[in-house]
Design a binder for this molecule. Sequence first.
Ligand SMILES: NC(=O)c1ccc[n+]([C@@H]2O[C@H](COP(=O)([O-])OP(=O)(O)OC[C@H]3O[C@@H](n4cnc5c(N)ncnc54)[C@H](O)[C@@H]3O)[C@@H](O)[C@H]2O)c1
Length: 318
Amino acid sequence: MGVISDLPSLLISVVGLVVYWAYDLVKCLVFTILPAPKKDISDDIILVTGAASGIGRLMAYKLAGLKPRAIVVWDLSTAENEKTKKEIEKMGVKCIAFTINLAKREAIYEVADETSKGIRALLGDETAYVTMLINNAGIVSGKKLLNSADHMMSLTMDVNATAHFWTLKSFLPAMMQHNRGHIVTIASGAGLTGAAGLVDYCASKHAAVGLTESILMEIYQQNRNVNVTLVCPYFIDTGMFKGVKSKYQWLMPIITPADMTERIVKGILTNEYQILYPRVFGLMIFLKGFFPINTYLKLISLFDAQNAMSEFEQTRKH
Ligand SMILES: NC(=O)c1ccc[n+]([C@@H]2O[C@H](COP(=O)([O-])OP(=O)(O)OC[C@H]3O[C@@H](n4cnc5c(N)ncnc54)[C@H](O)[C@@H]3O)[C@@H](O)[C@H]2O)c1
């Protein structure tokens, strides 16, 4: 009886879904051929965490080139973060830098408060708020589970995942209230698949992916105009994963920081939800859902992915 009475509305919903899917596919196809329209960020106030190095710094520079209203840079390293700030100011963009340890919840709330006050004072506008939050800072220790120090595993979870709770709780309310904003999570391909030698890192990045997808759903449920972009790259040549090699560089290249930055900024400007980069990496993730686990394990051994971390060298101090 239940199935019979539910059938008409279910059929209508399925037809609606197919029409929506077809529309999405056509849009996707059109924007593969033609450039997708890019949004104007000249009125945006952008906060980048982990802006003293790697892609955080490059994203801050690239976005500064598009002349937003202001950029806020957060990092643990005061000296390097100040360099990022100076460079942004040289480009004619207002910038404030804050030293922060993202492993500390109270520090995040405090610095978030100082950030909001700081941008209002800098712009002379009591209504100014962070309109784009880029949660980028991250760490890796690169050890197998049984060789990992407990405090490093906790720190990895705190910086790569838990910190996002506190930055989101600090900056999302104003975006929701003004019905305008953008949340960007720099997660990792390690947030979509496991990897040997990266147990804590993968756990933290899976958490970052899960929380980002859930935020997307909460925003959708509340029908707010706040965009969400989830970035899941393969290895990037920033030094964070020094020593890591790709067996078939032509097929699954280690990404250059400049390429990755270009791709992320394009995704932000076109309000893309998920960026899997390089594209072929997306195929691997698709196959993971499709293949039985033993076939997937054979697939990753074709790429020697199980040994990708064997020559990893730690270059960052934590
Ligand atoms: N490099 C890669 O191969 C790769 C691949 C996929 C995803 N990612 C992710 O991209 C992001 C950026 O990576 P990257 O390669 O540019 O790394 P990076 O080491 O060059 O930069 C990370 C920045 O985060 C800052 N940071 C670290 N701990 C912090 C803390 N407790 N509080 C505040 N700031 C802190 C560092 O000082 C540094 O400036 C990370 O989240 C990383 O996990 C990197």
